[in-house]
Design a protein around this ligand. Structure first.
Ligand code: GLC
Length: 776
């Protein structure tokens, strides 16, 4: 790192990690040791070239993409691009430590600058004008009505994406203690960032596109690994399916009613007195149950909370105590004892690698009984009795490199637990992709687990908030996320349930979950009309799984989220940037969920492009809002002109063998592309080349449409036999050539006017389908 001149007592350094990615570290000489957060995994290439120029007042560091200025007297700094456009500028004299040694700095906020990301949060997409505290906390029912100024939730990711007039930049402050960011709430032109402990360790991204910032951040903190394909199926949960008989009855209902479902969840009642890793009397033969479910294509996921019941006869507690595995009370006077569901409990010190390993090994008790996935909850961690609802700030962690107070590492607790779960699954189910869901996390959580957004309420406000909440998580490097369908607390009305499900069908993690004592919320619980809508919704979801799976593959490769705010592709369109009620799935699918009760229509903003209504194929010119009908059985969905959307045959579980024909819908437009991706869906073999991947493109010039199938990559044999190309707005009389060979009357009979359907046999080499016809 490049040493920076600094006033007495301050230790400042700078590094160029890439021409557009920088690190600024400002500490105090003789300050307390700061524990590594583990968030950053990328090892930067050492040879990034930069010019360093020193002057009397400071230093300038220039790369191919931008320039950093530092004033050695005042610690003022700024980062700008090559054209001199400022990405971040500190307020003079603000960077440093207060009299209690707490780090902080302040930045100018520009006109029309909007701020996104920051992990999980309530409110609208643009966080400017609010206060965000980074301190993972169990907030039962994140209702605005209950907590009007809720500034913390379960997942704290101190990474912000700044967007001003189409230009993006990013800032990540790696510090897992408490942080408080005043994002222009007090002074609209000032972004004030403070932490309770530690140092300033900033990673700065110059952009200028949203994609390049989020990719840069994802490279730094690691992208998500491929989840098993069943993670994209429909999951059914409740607090709790209390007995084996009930779980099996629910599974049977799904199959009897032909409702797609891939997983059922066991909440805390499956345990013996909430003792972690045990199974209570309600489940007399769990292995037989999981076997029967598996035969029906349903996986079983069990909840695992961190609190270990403080029962001296409980073997897990005894083993943990023998290993000194628990977080110590302040002063080191024995273990901290808190209270969670099991009553008095001790908390494993997941920050310690040896404890993580032990915990991962304890998980075997569940795996041996056929449990397929782990659901980590209460891992902020929650501690009911304390006024601050979590471990005491001075509780002691042994991280493997010293002892650290809880306050300095709080936000890492849930992350480290998820890591223990995932690593344990990898050890004990070698070769299989782990499935871990977590409630709490920090920067980099995507490497270990799927994130679900905790205890929402069954109110329309919470359905509305779910859209920006999941989008901001997606912008924070967490592409695989979702929330409880129907809302957790309280009873969802039939209408709210339907609308929530229709929305969630387009979110990566699709799980229905509800609180103890609430009404039944399975898709059939609201009667036949709702069940029919739910069935159609879930069928569409399952038809979309290959499209989603391809997007997940991209997320694993690059960090590009599955679910994207409109601004991802339309950063220069101020209406798209401010849109809180719609989102994109990939580039081509625009979803406008219904977020209000009793509305026969909603306004949908279509960004500046041409769009097609998914259900009817109606053409719409974007750059303006349209009014879309919203009967109870569907929500407005649009496809971008030129878009390609594969729809697979319906299945009731991803375990069923997929049919071998995929309908590839193509909407007319100048250009579009699709990454088609297949692998075995469960193993890690894709990491060594066992996948099938190809790029499919569409191009239209005049009356000629070309569909290009790129060469198949990877050594996994595609399961597909036939591509059924469905060309919207092309006549069945169009002339078609497949790999140069003219086709005789390709149009399938009986298909609606303006739809050309062409069956193309699958092949591994690159080839082209050319269609001439239709209007210009
Ligand atoms: C927490 C979780 C919720 C779960 C409950 C009981 O409130 O967020 O999903 O059902 O605990 O385990």
């Amino acid at each position: 790192m490049i040493p920076l001149p600094a006033p007495n007592g301050i230790h400042a350094r700078f590094a160029v990690l890439a021409p557009d990615v920088f690190r600024l570290r400002v500490g105090q000489e003789n300050g307390p040791a700061t524990p590594p957060s583990g968030a950053v995994v990328d090892r930067p290439a050492p040879e990034v070239s930069a010019t360093v120029r020193r002057s009397r007042t400071g230093i300038r560091i220039t790369t191919a993409s931008g320039e950093f200025h530092w004033n050695g007297r005042t610690c003022a700094w700024e980062l700008m691009d090559r054209r001199g456009l400022v990405a971040f500028r500190s307020r003079g004299g603000s960077t440093g430590f207060d009299h209690e040694g707490r780090p902080g700095f302040a930045l100018d906020l520009a006109d029309r600058e909007a701020l996104f990301g920051m992990g999980e949060g309530t409110g609208i997409l643009d966080r400017r004008g609010t206060v965000r505290e980074f301190w993972n906390i169990d907030v039962l029912g994140h209702a605005p009505a209950i907590h009007p100024a809720l500034s913390s939730l379960y997942v704290a990711i101190p990474f912000a994406l700044s967007l001003r007039e189409g230009r993006a930049a990013g800032l990540f402050w790696d510090n897992p203690g408490r942080q408080r960011w005043d994002l222009g709430a007090t002074d609209p032109r000032r972004w004030d960032l403070r932490a309770g402990t530690g140092i300033i360790d900033l990673f700065l991204f110059l952009g200028p596109t949203v994609e390049s910032v989020v990719r840069g951040y994802s490279r730094l903190t690691g992208t998500m690994p491929m989840p098993p394909e069943w993670a994209l199926g429909y999951h059914q949960s409740r607090y709790s399916y209390e007995t084996q008989a009930r779980v099996e009855a629910v599974a049977r209902e799904f199959r009897r009613r032909e409702l797609p479902c891939d997983a059922l969840y066991l909440d805390i009642h499956h345990m013996d007195g909430y003792r972690v890793f045990t199974v209570g009397e309600g489940f007399p033969d769990l292995p037989a149950m999981t076997r029967r479910l598996a035969r029906n294509g349903i996986r079983t996921v069990a909840i695992v909370d961190p609190g270990v019941k403080d029962d001296p006869r409980f073997p897990v507690l005894r083993r943990g105590r023998r290993r000194k595995a628990f977080v110590e009370a302040p002063g080191g006077t024995g273990d901290h004892i808190g209270r969670v569901w099991p009553g008095a409990s001790r908390f494993p010190d997941f920050l310690n690698p040896a404890v993580r390993r032990w915990w991962g090994d304890e998980q075997r008790a569940l795996l041996d009984q056929g449990i397929d996935g782990i659901w980590n909850d209460m891992n902020e961690p929650a501690d009911f009795d304390r006024p601050d609802k979590t471990l005491p700030p001075a509780a002691r962690h042994h991280t493997g490199d010293g002892v650290h107070p809880h306050a300095a590492v709080h936000n890492l607790y849930g992350q480290a637990m998820a890591q223990a779960s995932r690593d344990g699954l990898l050890r004990h189910r070698p070769g299989q992709r782990p499935f871990v869901v977590t409630r709490a996390g920090y920067a980099g959580i995507q490497r270990h687990a799927i994130v679900w957004t905790g205890d929402t309420s069954s109110h329309w406000e919470h359905l509305r908030e779910a859209v920006p909440m999941l989008l901001n998580l997606s912008l924070s490097g967490v592409p695989f996320c979702g929330g409880d369908v129907g809302g957790f607390l309280g009873n969802a009305s039939a209408e709210l349930f339907v609308r929530w499900l229709q929305f969630a069908a387009f979110t990566p993690f699709l799980r229905n979950h509800s609180n103890l004592g609430t009404r039944d919320q399975e898709p059939w619980a609201y009667g036949p009309e709702v069940e029919a809508v739910a069935r159609e919704t879930l069928r569409l979801r399952y038809q979309l799984i290959p499209y989603l799976y391809g997007l997940v593959r991209q997320a694993a490769d690059t960090g590009d989220p599955v679910m994207r705010p409109l601004l991802w592709h339309h950063a220069n369109d101020p209406v798209a940037v401010a849109c809180n009620t719609q989102f994109l799935v990939g580039r081509d699918l625009l979803v406008a969920p219904v977020l209000e009760p009793g509305c026969p229509s909603r306004s949908v903003y279509l960004p500046n492009d041409v769009w097609y209504e998914f259900w009817t194929g109606e053409r719409r010119v974007g750059g303006r809002p349209v009014l879309a009908d919203t009967p109870l059985d569907r929500i407005p969905i649009y496809v971008r002109a030129g878009g390609l959307l594969p729809l697979a045959p319906v299945r009731n579980s991803t375990r069923e063998v997929a049919g071998d024909t995929v309908a590839l819908h193509l909407w007319p437009g100048p250009e579009g592309s699709l990454l088609w991706y297949e692998d075995d869906g469960v193993s890690l073999d894709h990491g060594t080349g066992a996948f099938h991947r190809r790029l499919i493109t569409q191009e239209r010039r005049g009356r000629t449409t070309r569909v290009g199938f790129g060469p198949a990559e990877g050594r996994f044999p595609s399961r597909l036999r036939t591509w059924r190309l469905v060309f919207w707005h092309l006549p069945a009389t169009a002339r078609v050539r497949i790999a140069g060979v003219p086709q005789e009357s390709p149009g399938s009979p009986g298909v609606a006017d303006g739809l050309l359907v062409v069956d193309v046999p699958q092949r591994a080499d690159a080839f082209e389908v050319r269609v001439v016809g239709g209007s210009v």
